[in-house]
Design a protein around this ligand. Sequence first.
Ligand code: HEC
Length: 160
Amino acid sequence: MAMVAYLRAVLPVEHAVTERSTYPFPLTPYGPPVAGVPDPPDDDPVARGAYLAGPLAHCIDCHTPPLPGERRDWSRIGAGGVPFEVPGGVAVSRNITSSKEYGIKDWTDEQIIRVLTQGISADGRRLAPPMSGRASIWAQLTERDEHDLVAYLRSLPPQE
Ligand code: HEC
């Protein structure tokens, strides 16, 4: 309802769109249209973090290894390895599970939150646009959102 309220508040723009999409709707690789996503339990940080990282912020879509045909390998949630074409090259989504060697096990909460809110990795590197481009949005996460996202990421089984 908040999104509908916002869309209704956007000022009218006179612009006729004459081109049409050529996708064979519905897009079967993604399954049937999503009719609804249940609210997460209010008292469970990990479940609430999963809700933020899944249907809302799409962390898991981008950070779960691809299979042929737009599908994802759900047995390896968060293992990374999805390539994105960006200006100047390819950015590959990283392992965001609790793997010590390949993931974010040794990162502090502050380092994880800085990736989201500033687009800067633990080693100080500025990340490529698919991640850093969303920092201005994720900078508006509440402290509780940040805490729950971190709790969820730390709950992901390590993927090597
Ligand atoms: C549109 C795809 C996309 C989305 C959505 C996305 N990521 Fe990323 N993420 C990437 C890519 C690509 C990189 C690697 C960027 C680079 O190497 O410069 C990355 C990097 C990261 C890193 C840095 C890891 C490292 O070793 O430096 C973390 C942590 C991370 N993402 C967590 C998240 C979380 C948490 C969310 C959801 C709130 C999220 N990502 C949403 C694509 C995405």
